[in-house]
Write a protein that binds this ligand. Sequence first.
Ligand SMILES: *Cc1c(COP(=O)(O)O)cnc(C)c1O
Length: 424
Amino acid sequence: MRIQLPAIPEAVDRLISEVERELAPAFARLNAIEAHNTRRVLEAFQAHRVSARHFAASTGYGYGDIGRDTLDAIMADVMGAEAALVRPQIASGTHALAICLYGLLRPNDVLLSATGSPYDTMEQVIGLAGQPGNGSLKEFGVSYRQVELTETGIDIPAVLAMLTGEHVRVVLIQRSRGYAWRPSLSIEEIRTAAEAIHAVRPDVWIMVDNCYGEFTDRREPCAVGADVVAGSLIKNPGGGIAPTGGYIAGKRALIDRIGCRLTSPGIGGEVGSYAGGYQSFYQGLFLAPHVVAQAVSAAALAAGVYRQLGFDVSPGPLDARHDIIQAIRFPAAEPLIAYVQAIQMASPVDSEAVPEPWDMPGYQHPVIMAAGTFVAGASIELSADAPIRPPYVAYQQGALTYAHGRLAVAATVARLQAAGYVQV
Ligand SMILES: *Cc1c(COP(=O)(O)O)cnc(C)c1O
């Protein structure tokens, strides 16, 4: 018998307990957000009178699939939107975002990112990277511009300046930090940007990449002026239970348009079956506010512990959090890799696997990933990713339970200490 989880030295446990005491106000804030969002989700379930028949499997075209249609309606409510598409057939967050962009944009349109460089996997969708012939937006005559984030967030004057004289059709806002050392955006910041943009160009559609942001705040972007959002069900809104899938929510006219891209013109969101049944999607969505609060609490703990050990962390332990990600900056590749490997060793699945950097499809640098998860690659479960490039930042996210997140943080510190990288 060989247990991968290292013994936790007493000093490490003491350090963590001290940090937990300092984090009390942050935990209280997170509990309040969880309570609020649990109520919102529960009300949506009740408003749509969810019962066991909605969980049933369907096959073939899936015409009149009430499990699918009701899940769509609940997601629309929860997202503060008019309509939604929740589909096991959406393979990932990137796929959900790509369906939105291809559904909304037409030749000669301009896509404008208001949050600087898009998430790594979007580069090939947009046509900033990748092989000719891959069918990027660029190949379809859609151009791309971006406005960099400033210290204080979205550079609204610069965004507004781009809206005059350009055929901007969609403004893309990424709520989460993604793989970047930048702040995530609060719902209030998204509201301010959306209001300013719509004041000068009511015809522009604001699309929010909502990945990792769901349930970190009391409201979602469509409730404060965004026109459409998209995300992954193996992140926050799947609650760690949904086995796969993605969602898109927004204005009804836009969801209809995007539905025509999801399946085909004339068919839209009216087809699509799932022989696996929908129970896990409902149950995951119901659990999501809780699981997100657990994950965000674990992220805050990692921030507090690693700051105490002298590392740069973003966000800081007591900062407001608008996504589930914790970034920790290491001085070199070796401690970064040791840290990511320790997360894997503290996982319930594949704890014996030793992650190594590899060239992951869609990414421009070698990436190391720890994901000892029940749902393959699910990053609402405890996981860590790091592109191997300076400034050597590990991005930790997820944890189905706070207790597991705490154990894992302890395990990383124990391992780094054993290797001589930290002194507790
Ligand atoms: C995860 C993520 C994506 C892409 O989702 P995948 O499921 O990995 O394809 C896009 N944007 C952000 C901000 C993300 O966190």
